[in-house]
Write a protein that binds this ligand. Structure first.
Ligand code: ATP
Length: 199
């Protein structure tokens, strides 16, 4: 089956695109959701994380306190590497499992880290959703109510826009309206269906 990666920076419109594809009946595997699955209560990664970083990263309900952990590793590259060593291969296994279980015309892997992690090996074609940085910031602030500095901090830790675009097989320009995005989504969908038939 043709495996299509969708990526883009924060607030670029990945979800807006993949929601449209979902409505067309395409299975979308979400790397952010897979990242939650592998640290759910009872999973070995959760026990390892708590052993390494301490009980304070466990919420009273037994879930990982993701916000606190994100802050910790954002400020400390060594700790971030240690966390990644505990989670990345497990996320990858979960993604492989979900991609293999898909039965739509093609399958999408949506991941903010598609191009900067080994996840690009899991896909046949990459689609980058692109928007100007100011647009990304404005949309994310409106969606999440976050302040600008936080959004800019997250963007600074992500791949820069030009590098990301240069690694894409297909670029979707999401600088205009949602209607415009949906028009491009329809063309993309036809392209991918044709490619899936020939794969
Ligand atoms: P993240 O990486 O943070 O999950 P994302 O790439 O999935 O972000 P979306 O959630 O799809 O981005 O889009 C960010 C916000 O901008 C959402 O509220 C979405 O509805 C809105 N949005 C996306 N595309 C457009 C557009 N073309 N016009 C107006 N609003 C848009």
């Amino acid at each position: 089956m043709l495996r299509v990666g969708v990526t883009g920076g924060i607030g670029s419109g990945k979800t807006a695109l993949t929601d449209w594809l979902t409505e067309e009946g395409i299975t979308v595997v979400d790397a952010d959701l897979a990242a939650r699955v592998v640290v759910a209560p009872g999973q070995p990664a959760l026990a390892e994380i708590i052993a390494a970083f301490g009980d304070q990263y466990l919420s009273p309900d037994g879930q990982l306190n993701r916000a606190a952990l994100r802050k910790l590793v954002f400020e400390d590259a060594d700790k971030r590497k240690a966390l990644e060593a505990m989670t990345h291969s497990r996320i990858r296994e979960e993604l492989i499992r979900q991609l293999a279980a898909a039965d739509s015309a093609y399958v999408v892997l949506s991941s903010p880290l598609l191009l900067e992690s080994g996840q690009s090996e899991l896909i046949d074609v990459s689609v980058v959703v692109d928007a100007p940085e100011a647009t990304q910031i404005a949309r994310t602030m409106e969606r999440d109510g976050n302040d600008q500095a936080l959004v800019e901090g997250i963007m600074a830790a992500q791949l820069d826009r030009e590098t990301r675009k240069s690694r894409a097989d297909i670029v979707i320009d999401n600088s205009a309206s949602l209607a415009d995005l949906h028009e491009q989504a329809a063309i993309l969908h036809q392209t991918l269906l044709a490619r899936a038939t020939n794969t």
